[in-house]
Write a protein that binds this ligand. Structure first.
Ligand code: ASP
Length: 315
């Protein structure tokens, strides 16, 4: 089936989760199984040229910058090997879109880097992980495939466009207005759009250790909002802020005024939307800097990278 080796790198998540009862989709422990066990649970992968490694065992709600750096370094080492066709990363669904966006902006991926996950633990009746993993491995072995991608629920997403829009539905992801890259149809990819290509962020050339990454936080605008969170974050030494605004990036005046105080104190602020789809279009006079099409969590990563690049330019 495959022309080269597919490396499967496990990081945890529900796909590696186990529960005491097969009908339990909630009170399970995430990140219990290693990469070898995940592959062993997919009979069509038996005998295929697959390498496995377990890089982390995290519930992805606990994903952190140090793990991202370790993952990125491992992926770079795997992708450079001529015998490796592509890489699959098993991950939790909760922060999948953040890891995908970080890798999209910082990892040269001339071969496919396919993230996958599951909404039901491995012990569930109708566990979705094994089929998702099979699709991910098949995609990673696809001739000509490239970029950071996500295989989930029979659909293939461009990693940078992914967003989790539902808390517990079996397909919790959306590709946004652009739609999915393709679908896995009878084990083969049917592709509707071009592979993702984007220049890497300037910071990708030399990312510092995670303990030197600038702190960037997200504040949500809402009815009855006050500026205290913004002021407290600035007082605590935050380096940048993203405001997840209402609708098309509108911001409660109290947060807007605090954001202006933050900017005057040298803390850049980006204006995103708390809506998962659509991003922010246009900029009314006097508005904070727009994060454009990025979601708030993507805008946070982008601002971290901007600040790293600015720090390096100053050094
Ligand atoms: N909390 C889990 C995680 O993100 C949820 C999942 O994988 O679906 O690791």
């Amino acid at each position: 089936m495959q022309s080269g080796i597919v490396a499967v790198v496990a990081t945890g998540g529900t796909i590696a989760g186990t529960a005491a009862r097969p009908d339990d989709h909630v009170a399970y422990a995430a990140a219990q199984l290693d990469a070898e066990a995940l592959v062993a649970a997919v009979p069509p992968l038996a005998g295929q040229p697959i390498e496995t490694e377990t890089l982390a065992r995290l519930d992805s709600c606990d994903m952190d910058h140090a793990t991202w750096l370790r993952l990125r370094a491992r992926l770079a080492a795997l992708l450079v090997r001529p015998d490796v066709a592509g890489v699959v990363i098993t991950h939790g669904t909760d922060t999948l879109e953040e890891t995908a966006y970080f890798l999209h902006r910082t990892l040269a991926a001339p071969k496919p880097v396919v993230l996958t996950a599951a909404m039901r633990p491995a012990t569930a009746l109708g566990a979705d992980g094994p089929q998702n993993l099979l699709d991910a491995v098949r995609l990673a072995a696809c001739e000509g495939a490239r970029g950071v991608l996500v295989a989930f629920g029979g659909q293939i997403f461009i990693g940078a466009e992914l967003r989790k829009v539902h808390g517990w539905r079996l397909q919790p992801f959306s590709a946004g207005d652009a739609g999915v890259l393709g679908v896995m149809a009878d084990g083969a990819l049917a592709r509707f759009r071009d592979w993702p290509a984007a220049p890497l962020h300037a910071a990708a050339a030399a990312l510092p250790p995670a303990d030197r990454w600038p702190a960037v936080e997200i504040v949500t605008s809402h009815a009855g909002a006050r500026g205290v969170l913004v002021d407290a974050l600035v007082a605590a030494g935050v380096r940048g802020l993203v405001v997840a605004g209402t609708g098309n990036g509108s911001v409660h005046h109290a947060i807007g005024e605090a954001a202006r105080r933050a900017e005057r104190a040298g803390v850049p602020v980006r204006r995103a939307s708390r809506c998962q789809l659509g991003g922010v279009v246009g900029a009314p006079p006097g508005a904070l800097v727009s994060a454009g099409t990025l979601t708030a969590v993507q805008a946070r990563i982008e601002l971290v990278l901007d600040l790293i690049a600015a720090d390096r330019a100053r050094a």
